[in-house]
Structure formats: C-alpha cells, structure tokens
Design a protein around this ligand. Sequence first.
Ligand SMILES: N[C@@H](CCC(=O)N[C@@H](CS)C(=O)NCC(=O)O)C(=O)O
Length: 219
Amino acid sequence: MIRLHAVAGSRSFRVHWMLAELDIEPDETVTYRIGDDSLATPDFRAVNPAGRVPALEIDGRTLIESGAIVEYLCETRGEALWRGPGTPERADFLVWLHYGETVACQLQGLNLQQVFLPDPAMRSPTVIGLEVRRLATLLKPLEARLSGQDFMLESGFSGVDVMYGFAIEAAFHYVHREKFPALVAYAARLAARPAYQRAQAAQGEDTIYQKDFYEVPDV
Ligand SMILES: N[C@@H](CCC(=O)N[C@@H](CS)C(=O)NCC(=O)O)C(=O)O
C-alpha cells in the first residue's frame, strides 16, 4: 500500500513526480492545504508529528523529507535515476540533490512573508528584499551549471532534477525569469517530460500562489 500526503504546489510535487517517473500510482493521495487546520489534525499528526508534507507511506513505514523520499525511491525502485555509492557522480548527486532543499527553504521564507501572513501590514519589505537577493544568489550556481548541460548531472536526467521542478517554477514568482535564461530552458525541459505532466495532473491545482509574480513591497 502506497499513500501520499500532499499539498498541491508544495514540495509534495517532488514525490508526485518521482512516483510518476517510476510509473507508480499511489493507492491513495490525501490532500491538505497550508493555512487551514488540515495539517494540524490528530489524524495527520499521527502520520507526521511535525505537521509537514510530503509524507509517503510505503513499504510498511512512513517516510518524511522530500529529499529522503526521492533518494529512497531512487535506491529501491529507480536505479536509472540514482547515482549510488561508488558511482562516478555520487558526490554530485548528493550535493545537488540536497542543494535543492536549500533553495526550497529560501522559498519558504518568502512564501511566509508574501503569501501566508494574514495581514500585508505584517510584511517586512526589508526582509523580503534581502530574501529575494539571497534566492537570486542561490539560483546563480544552478544557472551556471545548466548553461553547459541539459540536466543537473552531466550524465543526464536523475533524481536530482526531481528536486528542482517545483523549486524553479516557485522561484520565478519572486525573481525575474529573464535573468536566468538557462533555468527557464531547464524548467521547460523538465515540464516537457510526460511524467512531469502526469504528476501535475495528479497533484491538482496549485493551492499556494495566487499571483504570477510577487514584487518586493515599497519600504
Ligand atoms: N525539508 C522538508 C520540508 C517540509 C515542509 O516544510 N513542507 C511544507 C510544504 S512545502 C509544509 O508542510 N509546510 C506546512 C507549514 O509550514 O505549516 C521536506 O523536504 O519535506
């Protein structure tokens, strides 16, 4: 039995997509929203006491942490998407897979300020400006890497890329995409994959972003 706990438009997309790349359809997907109390119910806290998604029930246990889930699925079911111990790209696989989560954490701070604070007067333009610059700094090494190759690893598509599909699209809500042409092309390459499209259909409509672009508010 495979059950996915997910919020549309969040890091959960990584697991939707990874499963789709492996041609695995979960037996059940339970959906939640950030901002209502659905992640705080006793039922969900029994799944993940931290109240975060994604969580994946699989192989008789519950996995949390999207990066760990991607790695676990590569290791147990997706050899072609994995670069295991002893393989030449092992270090790059680990570094860039986990870097994806650094990008996601940077986005999370901006989401809190720009999307989830209930009253715009609670926002800090100073913090938002700083966080947008810090996000752009994180994207620069990705832009450089993807200027010379199609996917995050030289050998081709892998679990590492699964960490970035949601993160790159989300980043473009805060940084101008024109400044990152290689990332725009990369995002299009990812989105063209049939499994990515199946995952998008499976996750349903994004429940996080209401606008295409969030400007830094005036101080
Ligand atoms: N490092 C964790 C982060 C999990 C996480 O923070 N998920 C967000 C959605 S992207 C969440 O559940 N937020 C709910 C909240 O902050 O209350 C992972 O990669 O799974």
